[in-house]
Ligand binder design. Structure first.
Ligand code: SAH
Ligand code: SF4
Ligand code: F3S
Length: 460
């Protein structure tokens, strides 16, 4: 044991450097931060080069085929390196790992560990098996234990907190339920405790995460005297709102089928909850929505947005949409475009439909051609950008509250942060008296420049 000022400190066995590349959604990014924390607690240090690190971990995504293929090309290069450097530890985590399991080992025999997302908190246990010389595959359904690991977070200002893992929906295009498993909600007090810990470390903004965050609590027991579920996202927002030091709360992803008026009211009433809602609509046509098994109509979506804007007129609305779903006609596609125009989204993530393993829509006969996919994607992207530009225009000349996240990577003289409505904003990083503006500060900025997806201005 090493002695430091009479206190004993555990010695970490030095294990070399690690590198993590993360693909996919915020859920994966949050998992990567926890896995990085585990690696550091084991004695690994963050490396600065993917091609010389002693342990390389790819946290993978399989939402569309191109996301999956990307991993194989990355892996090919590392497998080659391993042939000359047998001490390299190669790990594939995340959704491709879960989907492919053992067959990934057959495809890339150089792999040491293949682990699904439910095993992220067990990385140390699994690596111990690898160190004993085994090739390990961990993809069995696993109850996610309360998070006892300390994440190594990329930002010191904005943190992610998982509130529900998995998804019980069965959208006919989507691979997530088969790779992320059944819904598992964390207990409200565990979530609050994690947020208090983050607040104590200086974090100012928390995004609560779930694939379908509106499902939060439906797997937890209890009903209220009024006969409601005891645990809902609305109740959770009230519960965590009092965490001192946290100034902003966001949540994602919302599902229009379950998004309630109670939730909208809570967002309007609770000052820390930001006026930004990410509510994917996927299609502007009811027949397509039905084929997708989304469980709502376009009219319901309109009503949700209407209600949000009634209570929070300046709220930003963003969404995801899929074009060229099997059988989507030109007229149905036009309805999606029309809905985008009607709503006026601040941002929309667009994607062409990609057939995924173990999903019903992949087997349907009326798949659309690559040419139609490309054409529709281009048309919708142009509209989305034009809409975003129009929405950005409303900020010109306004004074906005910005939470500073860090330096603009493209200009060290500038800092960047976000409005409450989630617009990225750049401005000079020093005050008039020369004092630097630090990450974590809430400042007011006069907006001068407006672009489709970002703003710029100066400190007031
Ligand atoms: N849980 C969220 C989104 C999860 S996946 C929801 O319910 O909306 C993120 C986005 O990827 C989806 O919103 C959808 O727009 C897109 N996506 C999912 N599966 C896809 C597929 N097979 N092809 C193309 N896009 C897909
Ligand atoms: Fe996929 Fe639907 Fe679940 Fe979202 S709600 S993760 S789209 S199955
Ligand atoms: Fe991708 Fe898995 Fe997220 S498939 S989008 S990383 S849940």
């Amino acid at each position: 044991m090493a002695e430091t000022d009479g206190m004993t400190a555990p010695i970490l066995s030095p294990r070399g450097s690690y590198w993590i590349t993360t693909f996919g959604c915020q859920m994966n990014k949050a998992d990567s931060e926890r896995m990085a924390g585990i690696l550091e607690s084991m004695g690994y240090r963050a490396g600065d080069d993917e091609h010389s690190a002693d342990l390389v971990l790819y946290n993978t995504c399989t939402i569309r085929d191109n996301a999956e293929q990307k991993v194989y090309s990355y892996l090919g290069r590392q497998a080659q390196r391993k042939r000359t450097n047998p001490n390299l530890t190669l790990v594939v985590a995340g959704c491709v790992a879960q989907q492919e399991g053992e067959s990934l080992l057959r495809r890339v025999p150089e792999l040491d560990l293949v682990m699904g997302p439910q095993h992220a908190n067990r990385l140390d246990v699994l690596l111990a098996q690898v160190e004993q010389g085994q090739q390990v595959v961990a993809t069995e359904e696993h109850h996610i234990l309360e998070d006892i690991t300390t994440a190594r977070r990329d930002s010191q200002v904005c943190g992610w907190v998982n509130v529900i893992y998995g998804c019980n929906e069965r959208c006919t295009y989507c691979v997530v339920p088969s790779v992320r498993g059944q819904e598992q909600s964390r207990l409200p007090d565990a979530i609050k405790l994690e947020m208090e810990g983050l607040a104590a470390q200086g974090f100012k903004e928390i995004t609560l995460l779930g694939q379908n965050i509106d499902a939060y609590g439906r797997d937890l027991p209890g009903i209220t005297p009024e006969g409601r579920r005891a645990h809902t996202l609305t109740d959770l927002l009230h519960h965590v709102h009092e965490v001192e030091g946290i100034e902003r709360i966001r949540f994602a992803t919302s599902h229009p089928r379950y998004f309630t008026e109670r939730l909208i009211d809570a967002c309007a009433d609770l000052p820390k909850v930001c006026e930004h809602f990410h509510i994917p609509f996927q299609s502007g046509d009811d027949t397509v929505l039905k084929a997708m098994a989304r469980g709502y109509t376009v009219e319901r979506y309109r009503r949700i947005v209407g209600r949000i804007r009634e209570r929070m007129p300046d709220a930003a609305i963003s969404a995801d949409v899929i074009v060229a779903f099997p059988g989507e006609t030109e007229a149905q596609f036009r309805r999606t475009l029309a809905l985008i125009e009607e709503i006026g989204f601040d941002a929309v993530n667009t994607a062409a439909y990609s057939p995924r393993p173990n999903t019903p829509a992949a087997d349907w006969p009326d798949q659309l051609s690559e040419a139609v996919k490309v054409e529709r994607l281009q048309e919708i992207n142009a509209l989305v950008e034009q809409q975003a530009r129009q929405r950005s225009a409303r900020y010109a000349g306004r004074i906005e509250e910005i939470l500073v996240e860090g330096t603009n990577p493209k200009d060290p003289q500038q800092v960047m942060g976000r409005t409450r409505t989630n617009r990225l904003t750049f401005f000079p990083g020093a005050r008039a008296d020369g004092r630097a503006i630090e990450p974590g500060e809430l400042v007011t900025v006069q907006i001068e420049g407006v672009r489709a997806f970002s703003l710029s201005g100066k400190l007031t």
